[in-house]
Write a new protein. Structure first.
Length: 637
């Protein structure tokens, strides 16, 4: 079994401090270098060798041994035929930001299904199946004045699609049969059992009216948005389910991006970004940030909106993604919000129904253009770390959780703070000339070390054809232990390395062979399914958690797997990618170990159980009879 860091904790901390200072200095230098040049080519060359700067940051290639990781494009073979946004762009922000894909087993047959969100563009958000956007917070009603969508595809072709997984061999389009063909300017989606009846329901966000589809349990869904009181008709983006108050009912956080109001007169206004011309209607800074929504589940089939009351409205953030994650290891899920051209939100759950804004003290509330989020204990020190994708020339961020590293901090568990170690791990300067979106940690080769995938796609228009956005290659970072991460996308997955306008993506094991796969959504292009064909790989373990009394998918539960003197930790439902959702099963690579010495589960209600001598290369399901005791006085309202 390889270990990520051979040094003791003191050495690691000193190296992190030194590396962080060096990375910060070099980052500032890189920004000055990029933005000071008068041409667009300077931006495109930001990741290239520059005398005295990027050469010392470069990571070597994988070497003669190569990488064992292989991801093969099997989209056509498995029957997925989804095309995103089959219309002509109008250079407005809601069209360019989406969409995502949500992975969930809606029919409970053991195989993960796929829900793709689609977009009809600005006009579609008004004339489609969703109701029109509400009056904006500036008091103006968004009225689309763009021409009707052009092209050979009819209006209904831009609806969302649900693909049922048939025994891990192929996918079947069941959208019409199931009744989830959302039509509108769609953004994100997330599966969650809000009514605790044992099957997954679905929430879809949009520029316009969001929708909650209740799973009837017979293969069909019903729009229950109004009945449940969970309407939100602003510019919805990422959404994430969690039981933040530990009462057994799933609550929902919805990111609202900007208060976009379309005016025909704005289309002629051009701004400069990195020496490139960019329409006013594509710049998020042109529009005010709206507050986000937290819908607390009352437990009777209805919700109440409590974001401001509990302290997580984040009214100054242009929010795109949010992850519920226990940052301080106290058993209560906290909240991290990725904001574009705004300070990220970091909110600690006090355990009394309210949250504390710890952004400044956490050192993880950078003011950058944040889009995607990945959550995992990548360094195996048993606390959750954060990876955040950013806009061009800003470097992506890898925030090491320092809550348990007491040598350089307080031993008080409430002292939550992070250190950006992206450059020290090889994830910094490589991203300078990219715009990052969906992302996630995943052990593709099952060696016990978490690799990282990252989807890129520019927001700049093609200078030769303003109807198109500039494509970019995506990344697959192989974790080489003490040597850090190296991008092996070209060697491992030509489908991932191919230039595209990437947006949403998610991880799943659709064929249940113990190797993690990926599904990607390309803006204005075809969805891509990448099957993991890596060989040889290490041993593995997949864990499914269920509860019989509320929160049936055990969101927020933690699993600790110890094998060969090494412990891994993962948390159910913590990582939110970008507008997308990974499957809820937990995947552990075991390397050469064929069995697990101990598998320990910490359930959302605080109960624990332990299993010893668990055989590897198996899918396991554990069921818990949850017990919830909630202090009703702690609830807002």
């Amino acid at each position: 079994m390889k270990t990520l860091h051979p040094f003791n904790k003191r050495h690691r901390l000193l190296l992190r401090w030194g590396g962080g200072c060096l990375a910060g200095t070099l980052f500032v230098a890189a920004i000055v270098l990029v933005v000071s040049r008068p041409s667009r080519e300077a931006v495109q060359a930001a990741g290239a060798d520059v005398d005295g700067l990027t050469s010392i940051l470069a990571r070597d290639r994988v070497g003669n041994a190569g990488t064992p990781i292989r991801l093969e494009d099997v989209t056509a073979d498995v029957g997925v035929a989804f095309h995103h946004f089959p219309f002509t762009r109008k250079s407005v922000l809601p069209e360019d930001m989406g969409s995502g894909v949500a992975c969930g087993d809606y029919d409970s047959d053991g195989f993960t299904d796929l829900f793709f969100v689609n977009s009809t563009g600005l006009a579609g958000s008004i004339t489609g199946a969703s109701s029109a956007p509400q009056e904006s917070i500036t008091g103006e009603t968004p009225v689309p004045q763009t021409p009707a969508p052009q092209g050979p595809a009819p209006q209904f072709a831009a609806g969302a699609k649900l693909y049922r997984n048939i025994d891990g061999k192929r996918f079947e389009d069941v959208t019409e049969r199931c009744g989830v063909g959302f039509v509108g300017c769609g953004m994100g989606a997330a599966w969650g059992d809000y009514d605790s009846d044992g099957d997954l329901d679905l929430y879809v966000t949009a520029y316009g009216a969001n929708v909650l589809y209740e799973n009837r349990g017979d293969g069909t869904f019903e729009d229950v948005t109004e009945r449940c009181g969970i309407q939100d008709t602003r510019f919805g983006a990422g959404c994430s389910w969690a039981d933040y108050d530990r009462d057994g009912d799933l609550d929902l956080y919805v990111c609202n991006y900007v208060d976009f109001v379309f005016r025909e007169s704005d289309r002629g206004v051009v701004q400069r970004q990195y020496a490139a011309e960019q329409p006013y209607t594509l710049n998020p800074s042109s529009y005010a940030p709206p507050p986000n929504s937290l819908f607390r589940n009352r437990g009777d089939g209805t919700f109440e909106e409590v974001a401001a009351a509990v302290g997580v409205a984040d009214p100054k953030g242009r929010s795109l993604s949010a992850s519920w994650v226990d940052m301080d290891n106290d058993g209560w899920v906290d909240l991290y919000v990725a904001n574009d051209v705004s300070i990220n939100g970091v909110f600690r759950n006090r355990g009394d129904g309210t949250f504390e804004d710890i952004g400044p003290s956490s050192l993880a509330a950078d003011y950058r253009g944040a889009m995607g989020l990945a959550v995992a204990d990548f360094d195996h020190d048993l606390d959750q770390d954060l990876f955040v994708t950013h806009w061009i020339a800003q470097e992506n961020g890898l925030y090491r959780n320092m809550a348990l590293d007491t040598e350089l901090g307080s031993s008080d568990v409430s002292g939550v703070w992070f250190m950006d170690d992206a450059e020290g791990c090889g994830l910094g300067q490589v991203s300078l000339d990219m715009v990052g979106w969906a992302t996630g940690f995943c052990d593709f080769d099952n060696d016990g070390l978490l690799d990282l995938w990252l989807i890129n796609g520019s927001t700049f228009e093609d200078t030769a054809d303003h109807r198109l956005l500039k494509p970019q290659p995506s990344f697959l970072f192989w974790n080489r232990g003490e040597k850090g991460y190296v991008n092996v996308a070209v060697e491992a997955s030509p489908g991932l390395a191919a230039r595209s306008v990437g947006r949403g993506a998610a991880r799943l094991d659709f064929d249940r062979d113990g190797r993690a796969d990926l599904v990607l959504l390309v803006h204005g292009g075809d969805a891509v399914v990448l099957r993991n064909t890596s060989a040889p790989t290490g041993n593995w373990l997949r864990v499914h958690l269920r509860q019989t009394a509320g929160n049936t998918r055990a969101l927020g539960a933690r699993v600790y797997v110890t094998s060969g003197g090494h412990t891994q930790m993962a948390e159910v439902g913590s990582s939110s990618s970008y507008l997308s959702q990974d499957e809820l099963a937990l995947h552990f690579g075991l390397g050469e170990e064929t069995a697990v010495d101990e598998l320990r589960i910490v359930w959302p209600d605080g109960k624990e159980e332990s299993h010893r001598n668990v055989v590897g290369n198996e899918e396991l399901e554990y069921v818990h009879a949850a017990e919830y005791q909630v202090d009703m006085t702690a609830r807002p309202g």
